[in-house]
Design a binder for this molecule. Structure first.
Ligand code: SF4
Length: 239
């Protein structure tokens, strides 16, 4: 059974996944945990004074952050996010397992049946869409559009594990970025599921260090020295 975090790492760089598995590195750093916890405090933060917001790891000015949360409050998903069906739920599927920060009832119309099922049975539909969706909370910022590939893989893994538990297709997931108040909905497209399966194969095939990716991904990688990547960190380029 593979942890969601290993799949996300393998989608980023299989070699990084190899190092993380060797050292058993799966804990969330305290700073990241504090940022994730913001996703459970919106009702308190939406009207919080500047002094309170300045003490928090938000990535916008206090006034901008309040405006963003105010707009988020207008979206149908907001009520589901502040009152999820489950919080910090451990979910175990057929192939992978891990923590889902929130399980919510999706506010939008069901995704039609077809090849979009994440039902744990690789494409077979076993009924109508489940009235549940996983929410993955990221401590970072999103790209301009969509979500980062490793997060997409983690979201599909979470949807598949949840579907396995519920024995119903889970056809959507949400990515929440509380430091900037952004929430994005994902559907289980063929492309996303293919990326998930690639990551699954990559993790399963690790029996020694995979090839280096040796590109921009290496500059912020915690295993850069051990890996021997020639890519230098931004910090080292500036000093
Ligand atoms: S330094 Fe680059 S190749 Fe090496 S593990 Fe990190 S991301 Fe992968």
């Amino acid at each position: 059974m593979i942890p969601f975090s290993d799949l996300a790492r393998a989608a980023f760089c299989p070699r990084q996944c190899y190092y993380a598995r060797r050292v058993g590195e799966r804990s969330i750093p305290p700073e990241a945990r504090t940022r994730i916890d913001l996703a459970f405090r919106y009702p308190e933060l939406v009207d919080a004074p500047d002094a309170t917001l300045r003490r928090l790891p938000i990535r916008r000015s206090p006034a901008a952050y309040r405006r963003i949360l105010d707009r988020l409050r207008e979206r149908p998903v907001y009520d589901r996010l502040v009152d999820p069906v489950r919080e910090r739920a451990y979910v175990s599927g057929r192939d992978c397992h891990g923590l889902i920060q929130k399980v919510i009832e999706p506010p939008t119309a069901p995704v039609p049946e077809g090849d979009t099922a994440a039902d744990g049975s690789e494409g077979e539909s076993n009924g109508g869409e489940s009235p549940r969706a996983p929410v993955i909370v990221s401590p970072g910022e999103p790209p301009e559009e969509g979500v980062w590939e490793p997060q997409s893989v983690r979201a599909v893994a979470a949807a598949k594990a949840l579907a396995w538990e519920l024995q119903r297709p889970v056809r959507r997931a949400y990515l929440e970025y509380p430091t900037v108040g952004v929430v994005r909905e994902l559907t289980m497209t063929t492309r996303r599921k293919a990326a998930y399966r690639r990551a699954l194969r990559a993790v399963r095939s690790i029996d020694g260090p995979p090839a280096r990716v040796d590109d921009n991904r290496c500059t912020g990688c915690a295993y850069r020295e051990r890996c021997g990547s020639k890519r230098r960190s931004l910090r080292s380029l500036l000093t």
